[in-house]
Design a protein around this ligand. Structure first.
Ligand code: ADP
Ligand code: MG
Length: 259
């Protein structure tokens, strides 16, 4: 089982969209995928049409005493081969409530290690803050995927996230390879083109040499869910995500050869 964390300390860069689109693309290749919504904003959960009231079972329960299992809290998505775990609004206060409970940084990692649900890939949709949930995600991940909006200010967020990944890598003594995925690319704007060029020059082989284009079909949660869960997902962005997945999987093979 592979665990990919989709993270960036900046909001609105396409983390949730990337999680859904990569999840769907993996399923189309015949793999079984579990998506975990770690963001208290719960955009991924909403995309699956799950209301936050009454509060669904989900990620918070993995931090309970005793902790719930992933199999106990996951739900099937409307697509065969895809399951998901909901975020709850209670995630927002998890940090404060668990301040005197040591060892919670590994709760997710342990839940994933114990998981026997037969999933090939687990995708973690991370919150934009560097707190307990992000720490859990990075501790559990085999790989860090950083969606980065193609606009000048986004490069700061990217640098911060890459530094955080390197810090985690040092402290856990297990590699955490980073892949940078340029998103929301508008090739008609100068700023978009310049940012993409700069990003690819600075990050070289860590960055995909293409970008996910802005696609009006993905511009809101409803449209996104419709796209991602339709029988034949097409469209500019979904097609690009399928190519991005080729790149990510090729990198995976390289890692396996190197190991
Ligand atoms: P994050 O999870 O990083 O906050 P989202 O995935 O929620 O980011 O994306 C932020 C907003 O941008 C959402 O409204 C989403 O629908 C939109 N969006 C994401 N990717 C694209 C894209 N390729 N084309 C158009 N809109 C997009
Ligand atoms: Mg999100």
């Amino acid at each position: 089982m592979r665990v990919w964390a989709i993270a960036n300390q900046k909001g609105g860069v396409g983390k949730t969209t990337t999680t859904l689109a990569l999840g769907r693309s993996l399923v189309l290749r015949g793999l079984s995928v579990l998506l975990v919504d770690l963001d208290p904003h719960a955009s991924l959960t909403r995309a699956f049409g799950v209301p936050s009231d009454p509060q669904p079972a989900g990620v918070v329960d993995l931090f309970g005493a005793p902790p719930a299992t992933l199999a106990g809290v996951m739900r099937p998505a409307p697509v065969e081969g895809l399951d998901f775990v909901c975020a709850q609004t209670a995630l927002a206060t998890l940090e404060r409530r668990s301040a005197n409970q040591p060892g919670l940084g590994l709760a997710l990692s342990q839940a994933i290690t114990r998981h026997t649900g037969g999933h090939d890939v687990v995708l973690l949709d991370c919150p934009p803050t560097l707190g307990l949930l992000m720490v859990n995600a990075l501790a559990a991940a085999d790989r860090l995927i950083v969606p980065t909006q193609c606009e000048p200010l986004a490069l700061h967020g990217l640098a911060g996230m890459v530094r955080t990944g390197a810090m985690v890598e040092r402290s856990r003594q297990r590699p955490l390879p980073v892949s940078v995925l340029p998103t929301l690319f508008d090739r008609r704007t100068r700023a978009g083109r310049d940012t993409l060029a700069q990003l690819q020059q600075e990050y070289r082989e860590l960055a995909w040499d293409q970008a996910i284009p802005v696609d009006t079909q993905l511009a809101n949660a409803d449209a996104l869910a419709q796209q991602v869960f339709s029988g034949e997902p097409g469209g500019r962005a979904m097609t690009a995500y399928a190519r991005a997945l080729d790149w990510l999987l090729a990198g995976e093979q390289q890692l396996e050869r190197a190991a």
